[in-house]
Design a protein around this ligand. Structure first.
Ligand code: PLP
Length: 352
């Protein structure tokens, strides 16, 4: 990224030599992202993060083809809030957070222009069976486009394969080691979109504004490393997560895993500790150097139980004792050791 913040600080939309260097960097990055996402280069739209990609997918496609939008009850706020101004229907999930396909089928008809179902959940980690979702949509609402929020999925799952049937796919660089404030939307050639940000004709008229060249270059570098190392990372982090969860289940009485490990991404550890209130637990963990969360990072500080825990049917008092410990590609054995030393003590301090 550094050259694009210094000697190659050109605007890729310009015509002179420094601009051309920047444009080449953006187009090379587009090719890398297209490969990592199983798309053609022309289908990749660079955005300022996951939220903007999702807004463009939902608001932009409904502006081009108005209609009802259907999404799951466990979507990220970026999806829920983008759907809210339009006629919308919410589909429930089972206790593992998996979309109820029969309920989905009941929500679908000719009015539906868009269905948005996330690939991996940001709180409890549940992975959706997207190909089943798409099959139901194609059968029951043939005119609908399918969007998937793959923001949490990309570090752990082969998004290119799993979202191959989706018309629109959103990702965000900071979930896989890239910089914050840059993301991408795959908009397959058949998916009509109106721009949400209006102005210049960048990104083939789909997203106005000067490109964040360094951010885009950084995202592409992170995406190619992630795709190359994903299998090994998933195996290694999956083992660490297993040790963490087993250690907490055996070390803390009344601890419970929210969603089974078989149904979710490798880096997610989401548990409840009956009798220990989440916000108080987070304070103790923070003091002890463990950075954790209860709901989503965007909703931190919210006193209400998260909409995701509500949707999977967790009783209120259990949802109030939720803790999310996220593991990533740089998490090691010592991090798990630290968490196992700190969390049981913090829970018992709160209970007593
Ligand atoms: N979707 C999901 C599932 C997320 O977890 C996030 C961020 O946490 C977003 C969307 C929003 O992405 P960004 O933070 O890049 O705007």
């Amino acid at each position: 990224m550094l050259p694009y913040l210094s000697e190659r600080f050109g605007n890729p939309s310009g015509a002179h030599a420094v601009s051309r260097q920047a444009r080449t960097a953006v187009e090379d990055a587009r090719d890398v992202m297209a490969r990592a996402l199983g798309a053609d280069s022309g289908e990749v739209v660079f955005t300022a993060g996951g939220t903007e990609a999702i807004n463009l997918a939902i608001t932009g496609s409904l502006a081009a083809r108005p209609g009802t939008v259907v999404c799951s009850a466990v979507e990220h706020a970026a999806v829920l809030e983008s759907c809210r101004p339009h006629p919308h229907r919410l589909v429930g999930v089972d206790p593992q957070g998996v979309v109820d396909l029969e309920a989905l089928a009941c929500c679908l008809d000719d009015e539906v222009a868009l269905v948005s179902i996330m690939l991996a959940n940001n709180e409890v980690g549940t992975v959706q069976r997207l190909s089943d979702v798409v099959a139901v949509v194609r059968r029951r609402a043939p005119r609908a486009f399918v969007h998937t929020d793959a923001v949490q999925a990309f570090p752990w799952l082969d998004v290119a394969a799993l979202a191959a049937d989706c018309d629109l796919v959103s990702i965000s660089a900071h979930k896989f080691g890239g910089p914050k404030g840059v993301g991408a939307l795959v908009a397959r050639s058949g998916a009509s979109l109106r721009p949400v940000l209006r102005g210049g004709s960048q990104e083939r008229g789909r997203r106005a504004g000067t490109h964040n060249v360094a951010g885009i270059v950084g995202m592409a570098a992170a995406a190619s490393v992630t795709a190359e190392t994903r299998e090994a990372t998933v195996a290694r982090v999956g083992q660490l997560r297993h040790r963490l969860v087993e250690g907490l289940l055996s070390g803390v009485e009344g601890a419970r895993e929210t969603v089974g490990r078989a149904s979710k991404v490798a880096g997610n550890c989401h548990m409840t500790f009956r009798g220990a209130e989440s916000e108080a637990l987070l304070v103790l963990l923070d003091e002890a150097g463990v950075c954790a969360s209860a709901g989503s990072a965007c909703a931190s500080g919210a006193l209400e139980p998260s909409h995701v825990l509500r949707a999977i049917g967790l009783p209120e008092e259990e949802a109030g004792s939720a803790l999310r410990l996220s593991l990533g590609y740089c998490t090691g054995d010592d991090d798990v050791d630290a968490a196992l030393a700190v969390v049981p003590k913090a829970v018992s301090a709160l209970r007593s």
